[in-house]
Structure formats: structure tokens, C-alpha cells
Design a protein around this ligand. Sequence first.
Ligand SMILES: [Fe+2]
Length: 178
Amino acid sequence: MNSTTYPTQPARVGLPELLDGIREQTSRGLDPRPTALAVADVLREQTPGVDLLTAEERLGDPHELVSNVLHTESAFSVKAVVWQPGQLTAIHDHLAWCAFVVLQGVEYETLYRDHGDHLTEIGRAANGPGEASGFAPPGDIHRVHNTGDVTAISLHVYGADLGADGASVRREYDLPVR
Ligand SMILES: [Fe+2]
């Protein structure tokens, strides 16, 4: 337990190694999309266990999905997200590339296209434990929904310094889906 370096964070087993792997990719100077895919490969190869989070953090919150920023630096940030059954994000897109891996449960993602006055659904994905993917704007309008009956936990990496609680969201879409 190193309470000197990160006094507000519990020990995160495996996190320093994972950050090294991510940093190796983000420092290559690739474009956003290949960077996101390369970081997704790192997440797939070095998927941490759910014990990256404390037992209390893994519970989530019945009132809202919980984001826990585990690390930020200038090139990227790492967040753990805990979704109780039924919890979902707004339909949104991002300013920065993003890669994620599921640690527990299943994350259901729906992709949309913006037609100005409405959206259409253009794809769906269901990712289970150890499955990772990456994407980069533009064209990354999506919603994530835990439609399963167990709490889902995932690790998200964004290509930006999010500070303590930022989310890199460019826009939330309150448009009808046709
Ligand atoms: Fe997102």
C-alpha cells in the first residue's frame, strides 16, 4: 500500500503495468483511430481483474452509473464505469478517441447516425468480459446500456486529460430515433 504517492486512491493492482502499455501506444504519434485500436489491443491483452476496484466501488449506485477516474495524464485518462442493471448513458459522442474493455457483465452499445433532425440506428454490439474495442470521432454517436441482470464493470480510456471528473463528451443528442 503506497499512501504517499496516491493518498486518495486505494492500491490498484496491475494498473501501473497497464498504464505503461497504454502509454507505449499513445506515444507513437499515430492518428486517433489507430491509437484507439492499439489501446484496445493493450486492454484486451492486459485485461485487469475486477479487483482493480474495491469491493465497495464494484457495487455501483442504484441511482446512477458510477464513473471513477483512476488516472489522468496529458495524453490519456482511464476511468472505471460501474453500471447496475438497467443503467444507461445518454446518446452522445466524444471529443477524443476512446477504447474500452469489459471486466464484468455485458455492455450493450448502440451506434447512431445524425441526420440533423433525427438519428438512425446503424449498429449494435454486446461486449462481455475481456472484449475490447476502440473508436474515434467523428461518427462515434452511441449509447451504452446495461440490459443484463448483473452489474457491468468496464474500463474506459480516453485520449485526453479529463481532470478529476471530466467525460470528454462532445454532445448529448436529444433527437428522435427513426
Ligand atoms: Fe461514450
